[in-house]
Design a protein around this ligand. Structure first.
Ligand SMILES: Nc1ncnc2c1ncn2[C@@H]1O[C@H](COP(=O)(O)OP(=O)(O)O)[C@@H](O)[C@H]1O
Ligand SMILES: N[C@@H](CCOP(=O)(O)O)C(=O)O
Length: 291
């Protein structure tokens, strides 16, 4: 059995902790067989555990504490701690692994509720599970954790990821956010997000892109992690791309454009100073898959 989970880009600018898209870069977990202890073969670096300390196993055991140990193989093209949902991909894979190995037959909703409770926000794990574009909310209703989510088709476009060669942990990037926002500022920020979502549903990426660049929830506070954002926005504007915004908690910047502009924008991004990988991706429409 092989489990494949897509990368995700959360927020899309103003959809903070709520909107996300799934992308064509993947984490894959292959089950080799039962074993006397958990072993995970991978080449993802020293910081990623090869034993039951790995987030994958920790998650699977949260779902099913009596799960017996397995020998697994993990591969991933999702860069770690760059704002492309690497932690979410592992959590979603862990939930799927437990569900399959223990024949739990978890529903999509159950998987989403577990993943959201672990992550604390649904914007990465919902598209990782459902694919495409998902808008979600997570709050406590009379102390009961409540998740609502809607999947919708995201208009066809080219996605370019500018991925700096430096990690920013989501936790670190959330620590710089303010604890409160004025009522007037929150009204403005949510109206921008609402128009962005409505424009996406209408297939209007020009308007959606304008809104994506008007976030008032988080990007300004995270500026120090993304000194490259302003230059990238100039490149995108000059070439009539749709938008550039912080992917998740950063430091990756995601660029949306139509097909004709993708190569030119990529070329100009490659000329920028600084050390980064630039990848052309597409939307993943399916979410987690089991082969
Ligand atoms: N393949 C993996 N296996 C185990 N843990 C992982 C893997 N990928 C990421 N993680 C965990 O997730 C952390 C990064 O998560 P986070 O800071 O939320 O960044 P991201 O934006 O990539 O999700 C890593 O430090 C590591 O603890
Ligand atoms: N809404 C979250 C999204 C974090 O995404 P990640 O890919 O950086 O883990 C936030 O902006 O903190």
């Amino acid at each position: 059995m092989k489990i494949r989970v897509p990368a995700t880009s959360a927020n899309l600018g103003p959809g903070f902790d709520s909107c996300g898209i799934a992308l064509s870069s993947y984490l894959t977990v292959e089950v080799i067989g039962e074993d006397t202890k958990w072993t995970i073969d991978h080449e993802l670096g020293d910081e990623i555990a090869h034993d039951e300390q790995n987030l994958l196993v920790q998650t699977a055991k949260k779902v099913s504490p009596t799960l017996r140990p397995y020998h697994l193989k993990m591969t991933s093209t999702i860069p770690i701690a760059r704002g492309l949902g690497s932690s979410s991909s592992v959590i979603v894979a862990g939930i799927e692994l437990a569900s399959r190995l223990e024949n739990l037959n978890l529903t999509e909703r159950q998987k989403i509720e577990i993943a959201t409770a672990i992550e604390g926000h649904p914007d990465n794990c919902t598209p990782a599970i459902c694919g495409d574009f998902v808008v979600g909310s997570y709050y406590f209703n009379q102390k009961k954790p409540t998740v609502h989510y809607v999947k919708h088709y995201f208009p066809e476009c080219r996605v370019i990821a500018y991925i700096p060669n430096a990690q920013v942990l989501t936790k670190e990037s959330r620590n710089v956010l303010p604890e409160t926002l004025s009522f007037a500022e929150a009204v403005k920020a949510s109206s921008i997000a609402n128009v962005m979502i409505a424009a996406i549903l209408n297939g209007d990426l020009v308007l959606a892109g304008q809104m994506m660049e008007q976030d008032r929830w988080h990007e300004a506070y995270r500026e120090k992690f993304v000194p490259h954002l302003a230059t990238i926005r100039q490149i995108v504007k000059r070439n009539n791309g749709y938008a550039a915004f912080l992917s998740g908690a950063g430091p990756t910047v995601l660029i949306l454009t139509n097909e004709e502009k993708a190569d030119l924008i990529t070329f100009e991004l490659e000329q920028m100073a600084g050390s980064a990988q630039i990848e052309q991706l597409s939307l993943d429409r399916e979410g987690v898959q089991v082969f």
